[in-house]
Design a protein around this ligand. Structure first.
Ligand SMILES: C[S@@+](CC[C@H](N)C(=O)[O-])C[C@H]1O[C@@H](n2cnc3c(N)ncnc32)[C@H](O)[C@@H]1O
Length: 209
């Protein structure tokens, strides 16, 4: 997993020692790890994620405190969520990433739960309008390892593959309860924050952060 942006680039003077330590830990592990399929994974820019989470909390946007990263990789985003006061859950398909994320969280003393498997549930593949680059097998179902379900999450995070943003939105609309925030990373220092309205088919754009 290669995290774009470094701990010591943008806004360094604004980053807390805890956040800098987390970013260093994730970067140090990323070079040595690949997923089960041999792929390296690109991670979100953590200073950007931190800026957005601070803003989300400052504005009081979440309806509750439960956060979930759909595809949590080495857990950098889950760590930033925990540092911003969320109860943090990471779901990740690749075993090596889950092991590393748990080690990083423990070393940083961050209370994060990681479940190994897919965040999709059977049937979600019908929402994809083309061959998806997301992992769409159901042999490891992450939700079976936790008492939480999609409906318990207040803030969902995702870093969709380019071109799969619509798929992410549709899966979110299918499973999230009204009021839930969807935070998506789109590269180039850009995060989109949306909210599911009472209308099952509608996402309200709140802001780019
Ligand atoms: C682009 S990385 C993002 C990592 C992290 N969320 C971040 O933004 O830094 C996407 C991650 O999703 C994982 N992934 C892909 N499909 C998945 C699935 N169906 N269930 C769980 N994790 C999945 C990949 O293994 C990878 O670690």
């Amino acid at each position: 997993m290669t995290y774009t942006g470094s701990a010591h680039s943008m806004s360094e003077f604004k980053l807390s020692p805890e956040l800098l330590k987390l970013i260093d830990a994730v970067n140090n592990r990323s070079a040595e790890l690949t997923g089960d399929d041999g792929d390296k994974c690109i991670g979100s820019q953590l200073p950007t994620v931190n800026r957005a989470f601070e803003e989300i909390q400052r504005r009081g946007l979440p309806a509750g405190n439960q956060f979930c990263d759909w595809g949590s990789g080495l857990g950098g985003v889950c760590g930033v969520a925990a540092l911003n006061g969320f109860k943090s859950l990471g779901i990740e398909f690749h075993h090596q990433f889950v092991v590393a994320a748990r080690e990083i969280a423990e070393a940083q003393n961050l209370p994060i739960t990681y479940c190994e498997g897919t965040f999709f549930v059977p049937g979600d593949e019908t929402l994809s309008d083309k061959h998806s680059r997301m992992i769409m097998t159901y042999d490891k179902l992450a939700w079976e390892q936790t008492e939480l379900s999609h409906q318990d999450i207040d803030v969902v995070f995702s870093y969709p593959w380019p071109g799969e943003e619509g798929f992410t939105d549709r899966v979110f609309l299918r499973h999230a309860k009204p009021g839930t925030l969807l935070v998506t990373f789109h590269g180039c220092d850009q995060l989109l924050v949306q909210r599911k309205t009472e209308d099952q088919n509608h996402l309200e754009v709140i802001d780019w952060m």
